[in-house]
Design a protein. Structure first.
Ligand code: ASP
Ligand code: MG
Length: 469
């Protein structure tokens, strides 16, 4: 095997103890591969703290960020003290960390003076957690005898200028990687690269969105044409359900890219939703594994898992949603109402999670985050004002406290009986289904239920359809 990319999430590198385990794992894997690339998140909680510091400074608080800088100093210093026995290595690492924390404090001071924080400044500030931690992890690996070197992804991942949510420019990234990373690998260096961050062509720091280190790993995996990408986390793999809801949830051994994409979309916090995009094209297997339980194989994500089409593999629930309905008899056969409805919704920046239209065309309903309901209804009433006065549309209304429960698995559309099995499972507990939609991707069936029935609905589907399916 040639190249392995290993990405460690915040919890996997969130304490000295965790970093030790992560380093042990790297130590065990490197001999098996020609090249190994490590990608790291910030220590757990650090990105939140940095963002909080900047946000409070922008709102006039001149103290909070100082406290945060002090806490981050303690957190990193303690970890370094436990991880490194070499005094010289320790001192130089602490000097580097001090430098980043000074930067943080001075950025926050400026933000406090200006009274605002731009998305661009926020990206520069939130990048500091990964910059610090890549150095900590690299130092530990060096101490373990590996030729590790911390590298900022700002030198490798080139993105557009959408701060906070940047998109990688793959060709430019490939050029940088070929120029700067491949030669290091050929010299035998073990790169420890910051996750989450990149830079514009002009070198201005950007971030790929919260939780973006997974995405960084798959971008690097794709441009390196790696043989495998591993995301190391604190659970044994992708699970059949959220274990807080379903204690007997199990690891799913194999999933397709489409299935994991659907799971991420429907709220399972497994991977950053864009993670699969770069690896799909090259068909690179993506693994989700547990840093704290390395003997568990984890979940393998590939394009075409064998022999599992047509079965429900996982069930998820997304909360905090409302269902908006546009209804009226005069809508029947009138072209353009749906287009105008969704244009009005989009004008408010609301994310539509599910749509369903009655075949009689007397109503369209869709599900959006509850926070967006008031502006969306106002926009709909304005857009459809004429139809409303003419009584072609009777009303635009919303139902709050609903949950989307999604059953995920490839090939559900072409498999008779899946919807019936879901309905039977829910009917057995007298759970009322308010709306249903089949995923256009063929990988999910979603049901809308009342929020107070979400937990029993998920448990029932797990018990009746996944376990006994
Ligand atoms: N540290 C970043 C975040 O907390 C990225 C990541 O952990 O993947 O969002
Ligand atoms: Mg994550």
């Amino acid at each position: 095997m040639r190249t392995l990319v290993m990405k460690f999430g915040g919890t996997s590198v969130g304490s000295a103890q965790a970093i030790k385990l992560a380093a042990d794992l790297v130590l065990r894997e490197t001999p098996k591969w020609q090249h190994t690339v490590v990608v790291v998140s910030a220590m757990r909680g650090v990105t939140d703290a940095l963002i909080h510091g900047a946000a409070t400074a922008a709102h006039g608080d001149d103290q909070a960020y100082r406290g945060i800088a002090a806490d981050l100093r303690v957190k990193h210093t303690l970890a370094v003290a436990e991880l490194l026995s070499n005094a010289e290595a320790r001192t130089s690492l602490l000097v580097a960390i001090e430098g980043y924390l000074d930067e943080f404090a001075s950025f926050c001071r400026s933000i406090h003076v200006l009274g605002e924080v731009t998305p661009r400044a926020m990206d520069t500030i939130s990048s500091l957690g990964e910059r610090m931690n890549a150095r900590v992890v690299a130092a530990r690996l060096q101490e373990a005898g590996l030729p590790a070197r911390a590298i900022d992804a700002t030198d490798l991942i080139v993105t557009d200028q959408r701060f906070q949510q940047a998109t990688p420019l793959m060709d430019a990234t490939r050029e940088r990687v070929d120029a700067h990373l491949v030669p290091l690998l050929e010299q035998g260096v073990l790169p420890v690269i910051t996750g989450f961050i990149g830079a514009t062509r002009d070198g201005i720091t950007t971030t790929l969105g919260r939780g973006g280190s997974d995405y960084s790993a798959s971008i690097l995996g794709a441009v390196l044409n790696a043989d495998e990408v591993w995301t190391l986390t604190d659970v044994d793999g992708v699970l059949t359900a959220d274990p807080r809801i379903v204690p007997e949830a199990r690891v799913i051994p194999e999933l397709s890219y489409a299935e994991v994409g659907e799971l991420a979309y429907f709220g399972a916090k497994v991977l950053h939703p864009k993670t699969i995009h770069p690896v799909i094209e090259h068909n690179i297997p993506l693994w989700v594994k547990n840093t704290f339980n390395p003997t568990c194989p984890g979940t393998r994500i590939v394009s075409d898992p064998m022999g599992t089409r047509g079965t429900v593999k996982a069930v998820t629930a997304i909360t905090g949603l409302s269902m908006v309905t546009v209804e009226g008899r005069g809508m029947m056969g009138v072209p353009g109402i749906a287009a105008r409805t969704f244009a009005a919704v989009a004008s408010q920046g609301a994310n539509v999670l599910m749509i369903s239209q009655a075949s009689s065309e007397q109503s369209i309903c869709f599900v959006i985050p509850t926070a967006d309901v008031t502006p969306v209804i106002a926009a709909l009433e304005e857009e459809l004002a004429l139809e409303i006065t003419r009584r072609d549309i009777d009303r635009v209304w919303s139902m709050s406290d609903i949950v989307i429960v999604s059953a995920v698995g490839a090939g559900l559309r072409g498999t008779p009986g899946v919807a019936a099995a879901l309905f039977n499972a829910l009917a057995a507990q007298a759970i009322n289904v308010i709306a249903i939609a089949q995923g256009s991707s063929d990988c999910s069936i979603s049901l809308v239920v009342n929020a107070d029935q979400a937990t029993p609905a998920v448990r029932q589907i797990h018990e009746q359809v996944i376990n006994h399916g």
